[in-house]
Design a protein around this ligand. Structure first.
Ligand code: AHG
Ligand code: MN
Ligand code: MN
Ligand code: MN
Length: 337
């Protein structure tokens, strides 16, 4: 009765990560405990997002964050939920959130060996119109005396991440995660309150037919980006033009790219020489996932995961997605050197 197996053999995200734990015997369940607190945060934000319009949770919170963005009520609420859940897990020592100017150093009595970098609510501009938004997170480990940690311990290159993932609050609530052994997708079953494995071992198509960029910035693009987008629209090799799909929530644009293939670009431009997306909690987790799914991620200068950040809210241009598509833009930047 293989067909029925999935109905009784419920692979929840917790069980999945416990299985993964067998590859990290030294973790002794700490990572599973950390993940269960991240999952709790995602479940809470999912319900808050779903009832935002009803619960007067849309609109501005009346503050602006370090990014100079007006914080939405849901930005602030989801940030508080994740900070509290992560601190109370007793498994974290440093937290970096898009919504907090400074890193959070956890009370020494509650410290654990993991650092979590996260964007509690990604795509805030889409909240009030009900378009998909999400949460993005990455996990580093600190291998030293937890009483002597400093900011340097979280300013690690993305390749050091132990795990990364996102939760997309769309028509369904989908959690996509990698602990370094491939990418798996889980869908929240509201009747169980559990994330169930629905997308095992996600692999991104080697080449795609979609490009995803904010064309409104075209006036300020540099040469290689402008050339690449031109080729998407007016291919010179006789192939058909690519489709443009741009949602404006990185989580949604990346999720579509992961499943359908193609390339997502947030390039540098004259106004923002480092692009817009933040290295620690947007660029690194999505780049980690793309590589784990057989794709790649490039900053315009180097492999995204090789970048060593010097500031917690540092930005970087990013080109990520299908392996062959990113190869094309790498060639255009190399030709410019
Ligand atoms: P956030 O809402 O967390 O600040 O992130 C918004 C980001 C990202 O989600 C998206 O890819 C990008 O902003 C869209 O930027 P533009 O509106 O400039 O295209
Ligand atoms: Mn923001
Ligand atoms: Mn974001
Ligand atoms: Mn955000």
């Amino acid at each position: 009765h293989a067909a029925d197996a999935h109905r009784t053999d419920l692979m929840t995200v917790t069980r999945y990560v416990l299985n993964e734990q067998s590859r990290h015997p030294e973790a002794r369940g700490d990572f599973t405990i950390l993940l269960s607190h991240i999952v709790l945060g995602c479940k809470f934000v999912c319900t808050a997002v779903n009832k935002a319009g009803l619960a007067k949770l849309i609109g501005l919170a009346g503050e602006t964050n370090v990014q100079g963005e007006e914080q939405k009520k849901l930005d602030v609420l989801s940030n508080e939920v994740f900070v509290k859940a992560l601190v109370s897990s007793g498994r974290t020592c440093i937290l970096v959130s898009e919504e907090d100017e400074e890193a959070t150093f956890v009370d020494p009595r509650l410290r654990g060996k993991y650092c979590v970098v996260f964007d509690p609510l990604d795509g805030s501009s889409n909240i009030d119109c009900g378009v998909s938004i999400g949460t993005i997170f990455g996990v580093y480990m600190v291998d030293k005396d937890l009483d002597s940690i400093s900011l340097d311990d979280v300013l690690q290159p993305g390749k050091n991440m132990l795990a990364a993932g996102y939760c997309m609050y769309g028509s369904s609530c989908t959690l996509v995660i990698s602990t370094g052994y491939g990418v798996n997708g889980f869908t929240l079953d509201p009747s169980l309150g559990e994330f169930i494995l629905t997308h095992p071992d996600i692999k991104i198509p080697k080449k795609g037919k979609i490009y995803s960029v904010n064309e409104g910035n075209a006036k300020n693009w540099d040469g290689p980006t402008a050339k690449f987008v031109e080729k998407c629209k007016f291919p010179t090799d006789g192939s058909s033009p690519k489709s443009l799909r741009y949602i404006g929530s990185m989580v949604a644009d990346v999720h579509r790219t992961l499943l359908y293939g193609g390339i997502f670009l947030y390039p540098a431009d004259k106004k923002s020489p480092n692009g817009k997306l933040r290295v620690l909690y947007e660029v690194f987790p999505m780049s980690f996932l793309m590589e784990q799914a057989g794709g790649q991620a490039f900053t315009g200068k180097e492999r995204a995961l090789d970048l060593v950040p010097t500031k917690i809210h540092q930005r970087s241009p990013i080109f990520l997605g299908s392996y062959d598509d990113v190869e094309e833009i790498k060639a255009l930047y190399a030709a410019e050197q």
